[in-house]
Design a binder for this molecule. Structure first.
Ligand code: HEM
Ligand code: HEM
Length: 196
C-alpha cells in the first residue's frame, strides 16, 4: 500500500507567518510593548514620587524647586500611558505569563487601579480649580477663574496625596517581591520582564 509523500506544496501566507508577533506577550514572557510600557512608566513614577517626597519633606528647598515643576506634567503623561497600557494588557490578557499566585494577580490589579485613580484625581482637581494647565507646553486645560467646582477640589484634596502614598508603598512591596521571588526557580518572574 502506498503512503502519501510528505507535502512539498508552498505554505500559505498564514503558515509562512511566525506563530506570534515578536513584540507581543507570550505565556513565557512579556513582549517588547509591555516591557516598554512597564519600564518607561517606572521611570515616570520615579520622577513623580521623587518630586512628591521632596515637596512633602523639604517644601521650597533646592531639591523641591528643581523637581516639583515636573510633578504635574509627568503625572499627566502617566495618565495617558496607563490608559494605553491597560488597553494593551486587556487585549492580550489570554496570552500573557500566568500569575504565580492569586496575591500576585490581586497586587497587579491594585497597582492598575491606583495608577489610574491617582493621576485622575490630580487632573480632576486641577480642572476643578479652573487654572490653566499645559503639560510640556501642550494646552490641556484653559483658565476658568469664575468656574470652580468645590466638590471635585475637596475630593482631590482628600484622596490624591493619600492614595498616592499608598501606591508608593505598594510599588515598594512590588519591587521587594520581584527580588524576593528570585530565590525560587519556579517563582523567579524577573526574567519575564527583562530576560530573553
Ligand atoms: C501617577 C501620577 C501621580 C502620582 C503618583 C502623584 C502622587 C502625589 C503624592 C504622593 C502627593 C503628596 C505630596 C505631598 O503631600 O506633599 C501629591 C501631591 C500633589 N499632586 Fe500629585 N501625583 C500624580 C499626578 C498628579 C497630577 C497629574 C497632578 C495635577 C495635574 C498632581 C498634582 C498634585 C498637587 C497639586 C499636589 C500637592 C497637593 C496635595 O498634597 O494634594 N499630581 N501627588
Ligand atoms: C525596579 C522596579 C520594578 C521592578 C524590578 C519590577 C518588576 C516586575 C516584574 C518582574 C514583573 C512581572 C511579574 C509577574 O509576571 O508576575 C512586573 C510586572 C508588573 N509591574 Fe513591575 N517592577 C518595577 C516597577 C514597577 C512600577 C513602578 C510599577 C507601577 C507603579 C509596576 C507595575 C507592574 C505591573 C502592573 C505589572 C503586571 C504586568 C503589567 O501589566 O505590566 N512595576 N514588574
Amino acid at each position: 500500500m502506498r503512503t502519501s509523500p510528505p507535502s512539498t506544496s508552498t505554505p500559505t501566507a498564514a503558515q509562512a507567518l511566525p506563530t506570534s508577533w515578536p513584540y507581543a506577550d507570550s505565556a513565557r514572557r512579556y513582549g517588547t510593548v509591555s516591557r516598554v510600557f512597564h519600564w518607561t512608566m517606572a521611570l515616570g513614577f520615579a520622577v513623580v514620587f521623587s518630586a512628591a517626597v521632596a515637596h512633602y519633606f523639604a517644601k521650597d528647598g533646592a531639591i523641591d524647586e528643581q523637581l516639583w515643576p515636573w510633578h504635574k506634567p509627568f503625572g499627566a503623561l502617566l495618565m495617558l500611558l496607563v490608559v494605553l497600557r491597560a488597553a494593551w494588557a486587556l487585549l492580550h490578557a489570554n496570552q500573557r505569563p500566568p500569575h504565580i499566585s492569586r496575591a500576585a494577580h490581586f497586587g497587579h490589579l491594585a497597582l492598575y487601579a491606583m495608577m489610574v485613580a491617582v493621576p485622575f484625581l490630580g487632573l480632576l482637581r486641577q480642572y476643578a480649580q479652573g487654572r490653566a494647565f499645559a503639560p510640556f507646553g501642550i494646552p490641556l486645560m484653559r483658565a476658568r477663574p469664575d468656574d470652580k467646582i468645590d466638590w471635585a477640589i475637596a475630593l482631590g484634596n482628600l484622596l490624591h496625596g493619600e492614595i498616592g502614598w499608598v501606591l508608593l508603598a505598594c510599588v515598594a512591596g512590588h519591587i521587594f517581591m520581584a527580588l524576593w521571588h528570585r530565590r525560587s526557580a519556579h517563582e523567579n518572574v524577573l526574567p519575564r520582564m527583562i530576560g530573553k
